[in-house]
Design a protein around this ligand. Structure first.
Ligand code: FAD
Length: 298
């Protein structure tokens, strides 16, 4: 089922993100996690696409198993990193063969330690070009990424929003946001998007945070600010993992409940390939079955 159809109904959407394990990682553990996550009845599970295209085959394999074996809708991420348009066309054919119809179209992060994205000759420099190309290759439902706290390379919030509009105008049918911890940033972003005429659903990305070790990586990649109240608690509990987890769950429950109260169309949790945190959060809050019917992107 196309995610655009799920979102077009008034059903409140719940989704999770998983990533392919490293080459020597244990894929069976991931499938076990996915089966546990399934007990929360997600509308879809997204599968990331590794920097440098290194996880291309496993992204397809995992997304295909989630959809065709486990029977849960999937969203396969796809990036422009180190790929020509012919490479992308091949991948899209693989998606079609595997019945994968939902794609999150991304430019991609630069490969590790390189710091700068370099367009591959014969490839794409920005996600809107990828969206255009995917459109020309078949009947896919395409999502794009949005940045409540502004993409790290964007010269200004306005320029970043213009880019988001370009991606939606090219055929992006929904937006999943970069993770954030201060909901006001999301609400402002959603309002700004509406003002420039972006009318597709915006799904907030949530990252349950449980220890201070996760912070440098999250903030470096996402540009997200972590509220000092959470930071202080995590730091004080750094020698007591169970306490730190408790604060992380409490924070995420409050954050998610506030998003629900403020008319979010759904919640997209980064699971970090673990089910326990996300399931605990969900067990401590009530998800609505429906979101309020709106003619806008909320
Ligand atoms: P773009 O929309 O192309 O934007 C990149 C930058 O260029 C922005 O600063 C934008 O403002 C600017 N820009 C865009 N168009 C123009 C233009 N025409 N002229 C000038 N500037 C322009 N990365 C992965 O490698 N694999 C994943 O699976 C993955 N999943 C993600 C999932 C989500 C929900 C999110 C939010 C991010 C994900 N990322 C992933 C990270 C993403 O690839 C990076 O944030 C990347 O740096 C930007 O990707 P984008 O698609 O937003 O790029």
């Amino acid at each position: 089922m196309k995610i655009s159809d799920i979102l077009a109904s008034d059903r409140f959407s719940l989704s999770f993100e998983v990533f392919p394990p490293k080459r020597d990682g244990n894929i069976d553990n991931l499938y076990k996690t996915i089966e546990e996550l399934e007990t929360a009845h997600p509308d879809f599970i997204s599968v990331t696409y590794g920097a440098g295209g290194g996880t291309r085959d496993t992204t397809v394999e995992i997304a295909s198993k989630i959809k065709n074996v486990l029977g849960v809708e999937t969203l396969a991420h796809l990036t422009c990193v180190q790929a020509t348009s012919a490479d992308i066309a091949d991948i899209l054919e693989e998606f079609k063969r595997n019945n994968l119809e939902n794609i999150l179209a991304l430019r991609g992060d630069p490969p590790a330690n390189t710091g700068t994205f370099i367009k591959t000759s014969g490839g794409f420099g920005f996600a809107n070009e990828l969206v255009n190309f995917i459109r020309s290759q078949g009947d896919f439902c395409i999502g794009v990424a949005g940045y409540p706290e502004v993409h790290i390379e964007a010269p200004s919030a306005e320029a970043d929003m213009e880019n988001l509009k370009r991606k939606v105008d090219a055929g992006g049918e929904f937006i999943i946001t970069q993770v954030f911890f201060e909901n006001d940033a999301f609400y402002r972003f959603r309002d700004r998007a509406l003002k420039v005429g972006i009318n597709v659903p915006v799904i907030p990305g949530i990252f349950p945070i449980f220890n201070t070790k996760q912070i440098p990586k999250i903030t470096e990649l996402s540009n997200s600010k972590i509220p000092s109240s959470l930071l202080d608690k995590l730091e004080k509990a750094s020698d007591w993992p169970e306490e730190a987890e408790k604060y992380g769950v409490e924070f995420a429950v409050r954050q998610a409940a506030d998003l629900v109260r403020n008319d979010a169309v759904g919640l997209h949790f980064c699971s970090m390939n673990r089910s326990s945190h996300v399931l605990k959060i969900l067990s401590e809050m009530e998800l609505p079955r429906r979101h309020p019917a709106r003619q806008q992107n909320g």
